[in-house]
Design a protein around this ligand. Structure first.
Ligand code: FOL
Length: 196
């Protein structure tokens, strides 16, 4: 069973997208995403697993995301992902990540892959999401969002927030602490963990 990490930027109502794209432009936040997902020990690389809509949302000039193994999930076996890798489902994508011996596996979206991966149980053998790198968009509310991440913190959630020191230790670089402001948008870098 491999441990997986979800990375996501979401509003307080869990909005993550609008009209097939990100509702905000946050260059420093995007730089954090790129660095956190690409940072791997010398001689190894991480995998980023994404759904087909998320793949299409990445500007052509940035995909496949450099210095990472890009695995795209689509039920359409003839869907063209160029030099990225195509898998028919989440389980197959995780298996590929495992035999490629990637250092870390990140689920980078979107809504349906977040929901499906959060629902994996430790006994499901292939993988389990035990960490979420959440960038919480504090304000504005972005009420126009039309796609949402599941409310993983609601109800009797087993998720616990890690300290900022633990976040930096895990990603392997210094991360700005507290509420950040970029383009008038307020957000915070957080890490949440749960035990298998
Ligand atoms: N998680 C977080 N924290 N922020 C995000 O923006 C985010 N976005 C996605 C998934 N998880 C996220 C999915 N959407 C690129 C574009 C959209 C996207 C993910 C990545 C992208 O172009 N990334 C480039 C950086 C480009 C740049 O420097 O502007 C990369 O190399 O990662």
């Amino acid at each position: 069973m491999s441990r997986l990490t979800i990375i996501v930027a979401a509003t307080k109502s869990n909005g993550i997208g609008q009209n097939g794209t990100l509702p905000w432009r946050l260059p420093k936040e995007m730089a954090y995403f790129a660095r956190a997902t690409a940072n791997a020990p010398e001689g190894s690389s991480n995998a980023v697993i994404m759904g087909r809509n998320t793949w299409e949302s990445i500007p052509v000039k940035f995909r496949p995301l450099k210095n990472r193994s890009n695995i795209v999930v689509s039920r359409n076996a003839s869907y063209d992902v160029g030099s990225a890798k195509l898998e028919s489902g989440l389980q197959a994508a995780i298996k590929r990540m495992n035999y490629e011996k990637n250092a870390r596996g990140f689920i980078i979206g979107g809504a349906s892959l977040y929901a499906e991966s959060l629902a994996l149980t430790p006994s499901s053998a292939v993988g389990f999401v035990d960490r979420i790198l959440l960038t919480r968009i504090v304000s504005p509310a972005f009420d126009e969002c039309d796609v949402f991440m599941p409310d993983f913190l609601g109800g009797t959630s087993e998720w616990k927030r890690a300290t900022h020191d633990a976040l930096e230790a895990w990603v392997g670089f210094e991360v700005a602490e507290g509420v950040q402001t970029e383009n008038g948008i307020e957000y915070e870098f957080q890490m949440w963990v749960r035990e298998p």
